[in-house]
Design a protein around this ligand. Structure first.
Ligand code: SAM
Length: 321
């Protein structure tokens, strides 16, 4: 602490500027990379889950300490959080400049206008296939059309929309071109994600990994493009087509972006995680009123940040993808 102000910073000059909040670990899709076959996708209601008032206090206190630039609401599936709209309105009052959400979009249609009016500034919608059968195989759910409708509603509502697609070799890599054309037709950026070694695939991810180089090769058979300079702190590398359309690749495996990572994660139980590659949860519910203790927990979380991505056995839906 310097002159009464905490500067939580590590030897690589990394600071927490983006907070990812997992509002719930419950999800209504069963994506094969996230949910092991046979797992009942239910929320464990053990009474520890933060209610909306406590969640707002937690975020406000973290923002006071860290002067966050961005909060991203995720999960689990954030649209399943019953107090989502009041929560977004409260965050807006806290004055975090960017309020974003990552959602599977399954129940988004009809909600986009209210989300925008509440203060949401951007939305990343996960879409791993645009063909019905391929969508069913990867997500284990039908009704792809509900998500496509949610995407249209979000565009109409004036939200900044991006599509995220996790690729699994032999499962949905044949969807690269159809997804790319779908996103380009709507003029919304698509980002392809290399599979991360998280959760039940932690030790078996190589089998399914479809790399940045492979993605670029598939795209270059149909399109020409050139690379853009990476923005510091960004998760994605970007390219653009001669007409101006931009797309990205989140190459966690081939080109990890740990060196300037600014992300802190908060789960729905009030635990913070400083790094996806550390499954050490640090509870902060008891130290919100004690800045020194909270500062220590944040410094410990920052200390967990690795300089290389190792992943962990934790599923993205509990730690907040
Ligand atoms: N339910 C929301 C959704 O589907 O967007 C938010 C939570 S989900 C865990 C957040 C993001 O993490 C999604 O884009 C999802 O595809 C991605 N994800 C989950 N597990 C992953 C993995 N092992 N590798 C790469 N991305 C993963």
């Amino acid at each position: 602490m310097k002159n009464g102000v905490f500067d939580i910073c590590d030897e690589y000059n990394r600071r927490f500027k983006t907070l990812r909040v997992s509002l719930t670990n419950h999800c209504n899709l069963g994506c094969t990379y996230c949910v092991p076959l046979g797992e009942k996708n239910v929320n464990k209601k053990n009474g520890n889950i933060l209610n909306v008032e406590n969640l707002i206090i937690t975020v406000r206190t973290l923002h006071d300490m860290l002067q966050l630039n961005t909060i991203r609401l995720t999960g689990g599936e954030p649209l399943l959080y019953p107090e989502l709209i009041p929560f977004i309105k409260a965050i807006k009052k806290i004055n975090i400049p960017n309020i974003k959400m990552t959602t599977n979009g399954y129940t988004l249609a009809g909600k986009a206008k209210d989300l925008k009016a509440a203060g949401l500034t951007g939305i990343n919608i996960s879409l791993d296939a645009v063909e019905r059968n391929a969508f069913y195989i990867i997500s284990r759910r039908k009704n792809l059309s509900k998500i496509l409708e949610g995407i249209d509603h979000s565009i109409d509502a004036g939200l900044r929309v991006k599509i995220n697609c996790v690729l699994m070799k032999g499962v949905n890599d044949h969807q690269i071109i159809p997804l790319f054309r779908y996103a380009m037709d709507k003029n919304i950026p698509i980002r392809f994600l290399e599979l991360m070694k998280m959760g039940h695939l932690h030790n078996n991810y190589q089998h399914y990994l479809f790399t940045q180089a492979e993605i670029l090769e598939v795209l270059s058979n149909e399109f020409s493009f050139s690379s853009l300079k990476r923005t510091p702190g960004s998760t994605a590398n970007y390219w653009h087509l001669p007409g101006g359309y931009e797309f990205g690749i989140i190459a966690n495996e081939s080109e990890p972006f740990c060196n300037d990572c600014d992300r802190l994660r908060l789960d729905s139980y009030g635990n913070i995680f400083g790094c996806l590659s550390s499954n050490t949860a640090l509870n902060i519910t008891e130290c919100l009123h004690d800045k020194k203790k909270l500062g220590n927990q944040l410094q410990r979380a920052l200390h967990h940040k690795k300089t290389k991505f190792y992943g962990s056995g934790l599923s993205m839906k509990s730690i907040g993808g």
